[in-house]
Write a protein that binds this ligand. Structure first.
Ligand code: ZN
Length: 560
């Protein structure tokens, strides 16, 4: 063998090794897509896009079905394939507040969609605020009173407005108030934060404006959810393009529908009946509406058109509502995704036209993933199920041992909160407390139970569940006991829900973490990343500080 041969052999071995290293350790910039460089330094618009209930697994399973917006984000964006929440309480309110602030529930305080308020001795929701009044933007009336008062740290939008006073326009639109507020924050003189309240009504509150915004009213004079009354939801793609079975035996049959296509978005009692609004929310027509609303406000508010860095947040909710009923393997979820792909494509086209390619930066994530329908896993021979009623168990045991008293304030998902009197009685009797914890831990689907002292302790731990639940723990709001579930065991009766989320299992924590547009180097990155990293990265591109964020700037995806 000559020296030349040797060199050739060792060089090809080296190239082979390099290819292996690159393929496993990323980042791997795509050669066919040029990074979009902002023409004047800072992006003119920052966009937060949230898809409610989107486990990363959907990219693996279904991305071959996408050809428009989601396809473009995956092909031209920077995808963090290991993106996941590090905390355990994977709910809508927690996720949106984390995406919006870059902090975790132990700091931003949004531990769940609701919690037990010991002083008020009642359950409060994460977005409620009795001190504000509703401001209705459409036809109809509502009693919804919502604000960001429970979010303990500023969102990126809040900081943009504080650090660039008078020079930032903000729009946040979602079907759910907790999503619009978690992404948008507290609002301001040039901020629009709005959501759909009950039925056909769209609203905001006096926390955000004293009178309806003309731009929102104009849209809602032309469009109402009742335009979709009687609309038939059929598959967008040929039936053969869908994986798994539409008529899967474990799928529930949520009224007014069966478990198979087509689904008529209606109610026998007419368009004002709540059943119609529920069916509409589960259909992809809700996402189409929200995207159209966002595009209208983008144009009407001239976002990204001035010498400013504006902010747009959009959260799509259809996937969550369809997913809770039909599960992550359903044709319904696949179709909501296929139609979200088209709708997001329209949003990207509007951004290109309105702001210009390379002049805006978009971050995409989800508030949580979802478990499979437990009965489906069971039918395949897996260990899966639904937790029993923890309130009944706890109340029964404590009445039997300590006497007649109202012990449980709220049992919600993993959280069990006792009333102040109930907690005092239990803390006075360590034997009873131990009995309660043992009984909870022994109930089907539960692996262990943490008490308040364990969650509050700063003692380092090797237990990943405890680490994750500590990040979800906020003293005034969290339960006195946290019930940790086995994999594929969910909260929620089958009569109410097909499947659920809210656990520290990977299917709930792993979500898309993706950046796209100005300043972003496309590629797939396998470094660890969290949805909390997105707003610090956007803040750094916009040249503002976000000191309360816990996420990091995803420097590996930035154009250097
Ligand atoms: Zn959600």
């Amino acid at each position: 063998m000559t020296g030349n041969h040797l060199r050739t052999a060792s060089r090809s071995a080296w190239i082979g090794a390099l290819a292996i290293v690159l393929s496993f350790s990323g980042p791997v910039p795509r050669a066919d897509v040029r990074a979009q460089q902002p023409d004047s330094g800072r992006p003119r618009l920052l966009v937060l896009l949230a898809t409610d209930q989107f486990p990363s697994e959907y990219i693996t399973l279904y991305s071959h079905q996408w050809t428009k917006g989601l396809r473009r984000l995956l092909d031209e964006g920077a995808l963090f394939t290991e993106g996941a929440y590090p905390y355990a309480g994977t709910t809508t309110c927690a996720g949106h507040a984390t995406i919006g602030t870059g902090a975790y529930p132990h700091r931003h305080g949004m531990i769940g969609n609701q919690w037990y308020d010991r002083e008020l001795d009642r359950t409060v929701t994460c977005e409620e605020d009795p001190d504000v009044d509703p401001v209705v933007l459409s036809e109809g009336t509502t009693s919804n009173r919502h604000s960001a008062k429970y979010i303990q740290v500023p969102t990126l939008a809040d900081e943009l407005q504080r650090q660039r006073p008078g020079a930032v326009r903000v729009v946040s639109v979602a079907e759910k108030a907790r999503s619009a507020i978690g992404l948008g924050g507290r609002g301001g003189p040039d901020a629009i934060v709005l959501w759909k309240s009950s039925g056909r009504v769209w609203s905001t509150s006096t926390a955000f404006t004293s009178r309806p915004w003309d731009e929102a009213v104009t849209f809602l004079q032309k469009r109402s959810i009742t335009d979709d009354f009687g609309r038939v939801w059929t598959r967008l793609l040929p039936e053969s393009a869908y994986l798994f079975d539409d008529d899967a035996p474990a799928e529930p049959e949520p009224a007014p529908w069966t478990r198979t296509f087509p689904h008529i978005v209606h109610s026998p009692k007419g368009p004002d009946d709540g059943l119609f609004a529920t069916a509409w929310g589960r259909s992809p027509f809700a996402d189409e509406f929200v995207i159209d609303f966002a595009i209208h406000l983008l144009k009407a508010r001239e976002l990204g058109r001035g010498d400013r860095t504006d902010f747009l947040a959009v959260s799509l909710g259809s996937l969550d509502q369809a997913g809770h009923q039909f599960g992550p393997r359903s044709h319904e979820v696949q179709d909501v995704l296929a139609r979200a792909d088209v709708a997001i494509g329209r949003l990207l086209d509007a951004l290109d036209e309105q702001v210009g390619r390379g002049r805006y930066t978009l971050a995409w994530s989800a508030d949580h993933g979802v478990a499979r329908i437990p009965e489906e896993v069971e039918a395949e021979g897996g260990d899966a199920g639904r937790l029993g009623p923890l309130r009944t168990l706890a109340d029964g045991l404590l009445r039997w041992t300590l006497g007649n008293e109202r012990y449980v304030g709220l049992a919600d998902g993993a959280q069990l909160s006792l009333t102040p009197d109930g907690l005092r009685l239990v803390e006075d009797r360590p034997d009873v407390k131990q009995l309660l914890m043992s009984a909870l831990a022994a109930s089907p689907g539960v692996t262990k139970v943490f008490d308040r002292a364990t969650l509050e302790s700063s003692e380092p731990t090797d237990d990943p569940d405890l680490r994750a639940w500590r990040l979800s723990y906020f003293p005034d709001r969290s339960g006195d006991f946290i019930v940790v579930t086995k994999r594929n065991w969910i909260y929620g009766a089958r009569s109410e829900i097909g499947t659920n989320h809210g656990s520290p299992h990977d299917y709930d924590r792993r979500v898309p973490v993706l950046l796209f547009g100005a300043g972003i180097r496309p590629g797939k990155y396998d470094t660890s990343a969290s949805p909390a990293d997105l707003v610090p990265t956007l803040a750094s591109l916009a040249g503002i500080s976000l000191s309360t964020a816990e996420g990091r700037v995803l420097t590996e995806a930035l154009v250097r």
